[in-house]
Design a protein around this ligand. Structure first.
Ligand SMILES: Cc1ncc(COP(=O)(O)O)c(C=O)c1O
Length: 396
């Protein structure tokens, strides 16, 4: 034990020296837009609760009622006795909403990507090693799924459909082909060229898998997300849907296959009733939330415009996620701290979560933010700009 402890300590010292050490911080949620930390109230611009559903009365009510009616836990995996009828009801609603033949609820987005990709890329079932072409900025959980399956990824430059095509063309004859992308990239707020990828998947007989974690609920017609045309969509209920859990949507065959082969479904306890209640209520609310979706979009558009006028880069963001790319980790931390001093919580994102030299503040907008809160955030950044050296990079 002593030997391994020394290695971990050395790693921690290195993180500390590079300003890259991460800390857990106790947070008390107060409303959909506010948190309290160490007794101080902050406007929260770091949350993924884009529609404020985590605090929506109907979602909370359904969650509490399901716990009262069905208990605190599901007691077993879905293949044992954990598969309450609410799973089937939600999966049917979800499949109809996504225009898919079937859907399957999973424990979390991270777990879904890890476990589902591992099962889909199984070369014993596919009878050949799969050729997996992936956007290089895909989420860590997608890399984890590829690693778990033992597949090599052929990575294309971020959003570069032409290079995706080149990488597809490098497949060995007969190799089963996959394209792997997020729809909305979680750290950049930019959007994958889904239509091009759908066309390419069809032309090359590849299976397009899209992670719609940050699209579902908040973007697309009726909040249906941006994965239209993908063969398999993986999404979460933990962001715009306000609670927890994830899903896979696709053909009946793919879902039936996953029920046989997906370890994360088979060997893990089913989601608890309270979570199913929250998911079900949020899905029912989605069609009526156009106004909330428009409000999020307008907050983000206003912020981007103001930052650009200040000469601050917001990358290619076109969604509710707006990166303020400042370059060095120290600059991102200094800006985040100076916003905290003024009552705004915006997280600094540093390597390895984002590439070296592109440290940033990730500003996430919610329908729960007021126009005044957005205006105040802009004003505070304007004033911080005057005393912090914000090295702008090309990425910015
Ligand atoms: C693109 C993407 N996929 C998956 C996940 C993981 O989802 P969850 O938080 O439900 O585990 C995230 C969350 O950060 C994400 O941004």
């Amino acid at each position: 034990m002593k030997q391994v402890e020394e290695s971990y300590k050395a790693f921690l010292a290195e993180c500390h020296a590079k300003n890259l050490q991460r800390h857990l911080c106790d947070v008390e949620p107060v409303t959909a837009a506010k948190i309290r930390v160490k007794g101080q109230l902050f406007v929260n611009f770091a949350s993924n609760d884009y529609l404020g559903l985590a605090h929506h009365p109907a979602v909370i009510e359904a969650s509490s009622q399901y716990a009262k009616d069905y208990g605190a836990g599901s007691s077993a995996s879905r293949l044992v006795t954990g598969n309450s009828h609410q799973f089937t009801e939600i999966e049917e609603k979800l499949a109809a909403l996504k225009g898919a033949e079937a859907a399957l609820i999973m424990a979390s987005g991270y777990q879904a990507n890890g476990a589902v990709l591992e099962a889909l890329f199984d070369k014993r079932i596919l009878k050949a090693a799969p050729h997996v072409v992936a956007d290089r900025l895909n989420h860590a959980s997608m890399h984890f799924g590829c690693k778990a399956a033992g597949v090599r990824q052929f990575r294309y430059h971020h959003l570069d459909a032409a290079q995706c095509r080149e990488k597809l063309e490098q497949a060995e004859p007969g190799a089963p082909k996959f394209i792997l992308t997020e729809t909305v990239f979680s750290m950049d707020g930019d959007v994958a060229p889904i239509k091009d990828l759908v066309g390419m998947a069809s032309a090359y007989d590849a299976c397009l898998i899209a992670d719609d974690a940050h699209g579902f609920g908040v973007l697309g017609k009726g909040g249906r997300g941006l994965a239209e045309g993908a063969d398999i969509t993986i999404g979460t209920f933990s962001k715009a849907m306000g609670s927890f859990g994830a899903y896979v949507a696709g053909s009946r065959g793919v879902i039936d296959y996953l029920i046989q082969r997906c370890g994360g479904l088979i060997y893990s306890t089913a989601l608890p009733p309270a979570t199913l209640g929250a998911i079900s209520a949020a899905i029912d609310l989605l069609p009526g939330l156009d106004e909330a979706r428009a409000k999020v979009a307008s907050h983000a558009a206003r912020f981007r415009q103001e930052m650009q006028a200040l000469g601050l880069g917001t990358g290619k963001s076109e969604t509710q996620i707006v990166p303020l790319i400042v370059g060095k980790a120290e600059a991102a931390l200094a800006l985040s701290n100076s916003l905290r001093d003024k009552g705004f919580w915006v997280t600094a994102i540093r390597p390895p979560t984002v590439p070296e030299g592109t440290s940033r503040l990730r500003v996430a907008f919610s329908a729960a933010h007021s126009d005044d809160e957005v205006a105040d955030l802009i004003a505070v950044i304007k004033s911080a700009r005057e005393h912090i050296d914000l090295e702008q990079t090309e990425a910015g």
